[in-house]
Design a protein around this ligand. Sequence first.
Ligand code: F6P
Length: 317
Amino acid sequence: MTKIALLTRDCGGVNAAIRAVVRTAVAQGLLVEGVLRGFEGLMNGEFVALDRRSVSNIIGLGGTILKTARADRFRAEEGQKAAVANLRARAIDGLIVIGGNGSLAGARTLAERHGFPVVGIPATIDNDVPGVESAIGADTAVNVALDAVDKLRDTATSLERIFVVEVMGRKCGWIAMQVALAGGCEEVLLPEKDVPVGALCEEIKQGRRQGKASWIIVVAEGRSSASDIASAVTAATGLETRIAVLGHIQRGGRPTAMDRILAARLGHAAVEALAEGRTGGLVHLDCGRVAFLPFGAAGDVKKTDIESDYHLLKVLS
Ligand code: F6P
């Protein structure tokens, strides 16, 4: 193996992972090319040479210095063949893909359908990669959202108001649950669990009768919108509500120490796996130790214990 490439999605810690991949590869005498704009750039042949200096001072930056894009064209055989042809034309021996379930599915396609050596690194704010406890970017996203919730708590308490905060997560409520637990929120509404809004409203009415003044309700975007929940609460309780939609703010920001260190470990491990010929899977931390997980080995959906976290939230709130 003499030359590797890497492509990325964006979230906190991805630049730290790029740095770890490049510096590990250079230390092993490998050449590295970055793919610009993710799978779209791979199909279009957009490559840039990376050396130790190209990744100086990026460890604390959010986003990805390689840029990224959605690439629907890659679903078709034609797009996949163009990507492989570009890799082979540049004499690239192996590819590292840093991203969430969509990117890792693309990585799996390259490995299984086209026989190209690929290693994945899980990086997604949703933290929903099957078999992976912590993806890069998840901790940063939760801390960004928590900072907002703490600030909203200040004004909610002062004005004795009900706030509904919408966080990211189309298919999974991981961010919502973490933020609700860490922020001491009163309720969390998730795509995975059916908490009837009627029951929430009854709880609020009862709480008000007992003198409770303010609430913070966290809703994952995949369950409902903050404005729909707020309208339903106002209609049922007659109480004033306010909303905050955090949106893409959660994908940006300075990565936390936890994400930077995870990125360092996984970036280093991915290069070692490629160099040792362990490909067709992703690297992750299993009980704190680097492990290799073949693509698909952990199924299609991440197993989580929503019920016990939800129980904890309700007992403590
Ligand atoms: O998969 C990560 C994620 O940030 C989701 O939480 C969110 O629903 C989605 O991506 C947003 O996608 P886009 O950036 O294309 O709007």
